[in-house]
Write a protein that binds this ligand. Structure first.
Ligand SMILES: [Fe+2]
Length: 183
């Protein structure tokens, strides 16, 4: 799993950036489904796969993608008229929390090496996130294109780039020796 797959540099449209990140997330979810089937069929728990998934959740999903949405896109939409408590951004924020809940459940099951619980948590994580990505792609992003002005979109794109740079810096600070060794 490559948590560094970002195609923001190829576009100046922040919604395209998020759509690209969703494609990465959906690819990871497909891998989770394949690994779950393998675990169910063979009983072999490949710890490294699940540790990679947890790292992806922390560094890419929660650490970058959710931050772009929750701290930048959603507030911009709320400033353009969506209700922060009853509108679609409120529902989507709640789904981000639920996704983090299932990520915790996956980690707990992994620590206990409980295959049945791991499969159940992974299944809930998959179902939630696939539906969530679909909802954002089909409802929120078209709404954002209608509500946001060209100046809002340009500002969002600049803020996304700054956030991505901060995230890469934070990643390097956490893993300086790994980064240096891989350079
Ligand atoms: Fe998203």
């Amino acid at each position: 799993m490559d948590a560094g797959v970002l195609d923001w540099a190829a576009t100046d449209d922040p919604i395209d950036v998020l759509l690209g990140e969703h494609r990465t997330i959906l690819q990871v979810l497909d891998e989770v489904e394949r690994e779950s089937r393998r675990l169910e069929a063979t009983g072999v728990l490949r710890e490294s796969f699940w540790q990679d998934l947890l790292r992806f959740c922390d560094e890419f999903d929660a650490g970058l993608h959710h931050q772009k949405e929750e701290h930048l896109l959603f507030p911009a939409l709320e400033a353009s008229g969506l209700s922060p408590t009853t509108g679609p951004t409120a529902v989507l924020r709640d789904e981000h929390l639920r996704s983090r809940f299932w990520r915790q459940r996956i980690e707990q099951a992994l620590q206990q090496r409980d295959r049945a619980r791991l499969l159940a948590a992974a299944g809930s994580f998959l179902d939630l996130n696939r539906a969530h990505v679909l909802k954002e792609n089909q409802i929120l992003f078209p709404l954002a294109r209608r509500l946001l002005q060209p100046g809002d979109l340009a500002r969002l794109h600049r803020e996304f780039r700054l956030l991505a740079a901060d995230q890469r810096l934070g990643c390097w600070m956490r893993h300086p020796y790994e980064q240096a060794a891989g350079a």
